[in-house]
Design a binder for this molecule. Structure first.
Ligand SMILES: Cc1ncc(COP(=O)(O)O)c(C=O)c1O
Length: 322
């Protein structure tokens, strides 16, 4: 089985029986935290199938990307590039950590070239990335450049496919979801899910929980991915988030990107203790905190069915202590 075929294997869909009983709502989970091994696992894999196929088609020998210092996207990009015989280079934001933990440790074991640029915003990271690309080209390499989080229209197509995968499984299990919750970091994941949901004419309400950007910033990123994905599909429509049943939240960020929150840590402990499923403190715990908050506030009404999309990221959890 080739790497790309393996990458297309379905991730499990199942109920969370003990959490559902505790919160008095039927809660399901889509396990993209279980769609690969520790190096390739997570939501980024679905985008990278498209992006790395494009890299190969364009004759690249190197893949260069960026992200935060403990970026899941960067680690998954490096791992999948290695499996395809491409050289990965990571130009990460922030500063070199004092000790190697989490994704940084995994990058070290993979022998990846990592540069820390000191950047802290998406824009600064992409600027540092582009400067490094010029250097790499001058060395005679043929780099394929992937921006923050692999979030563009092409990457989002992986999540249009993911929504189709979900529909097939949900039909088999005879379940229809009223709500879908997911983390929205750089926007590509949720953009693909929104477009997939739209193509199925589903009435599912999609809630995106930001771990980083304020609502206006993440909405702009989602919309840009959505427009690009729609045009890549040769679909002439212009979809606007405000016309769709989509809700984007920034109130679960807490102190900032990567800082654990009380709500997130409660969600992390609940999932681990009730279902033996690990969330990560940066993305999925905050998204689950949003989901639990919706349930506790009665926004998810009795009898409504909820899907939580677990986007992975567990290796990042091992960068902090408990
Ligand atoms: C574990 C995890 N969940 C969710 C996200 C957010 O996905 P996206 O950047 O496509 O919005 C990311 C990456 O940013 C991630 O690493």
């Amino acid at each position: 089985m080739s790497m790309m075929q393996e990458a297309q294997m379905k991730s499990p869909l199942h109920t969370l029986p003990r959490l559902s009983a505790m919160l008095d709502r039927e809660i399901w989970i889509k396990r993209d935290d279980a769609n690969g091994d520790i190096l390739t696992v997570g939501n980024k894999k679905r985008k990278l199938q498209y992006l790395l196929s494009d890299a190969i088609q364009k004759g690249a020998d190197t893949v260069i990307t960026t992200g935060g210092p403990n970026s899941n996207h960067a680690r998954a990009t490096a791992a999948m590039a290695i499996q395809l015989g491409l050289k990965p280079i990571l130009v990460l934001g922030g500063h070199k950590p004092e000790s190697k933990k989490g994704n940084h440790l995994l990058n070290h074991y993979m022998g990846v070239d990592v540069v820390f640029s000191g950047a802290s915003t998406h824009e600064e990271m992409e600027k540092a990335l582009n400067q490094h690309v010029e250097k790499v080209k001058a060395e005679g390499l043929r780099p394929y450049v992937i921006g923050v989080g692999g979030s563009n229209g092409l990457g989002s197509l992986g999540f249009v496919d993911a929504y189709f995968e979900l529909k097939e499984q949900a039909t088999e299990k005879k379940v229809q979801f009223d709500w879908l919750f997911a983390s929205a970091g750089s926007g590509g994941t949720i953009a693909g899910l929104i477009y997939g949901c739209y193509l199925h004419k589903d009435a599912t309400r999609i809630v995106g929980v930001s771990p980083w950007l304020r609502t206006a910033g993440i909405k702009a990123k989602i919309e840009s991915c959505l427009h690009e994905a729609v045009s890549l599909k040769g679909d002439g429509r212009k979809l606007h988030l405000d016309d769709l049943p989509v809700y984007i939240h920034d109130e679960y960020i807490g102190e900032g990107y990567g800082y654990p929150t009380d709500g997130g840590m409660e969600a992390l402990h609940l999932l681990a203790s009730k279902e033996a499923i690990l969330l990560d403190h940066v993305y999925t715990a905050k998204a689950m905190a949003g989901c639990i908050d919706y349930i506790r506030k009665g926004k998810v009404r009795p009898g409504e069915k909820v899907l939580f999309w677990h986007t992975g990221g567990t290796p990042g959890l091992f960068a902090i202590s408990g």
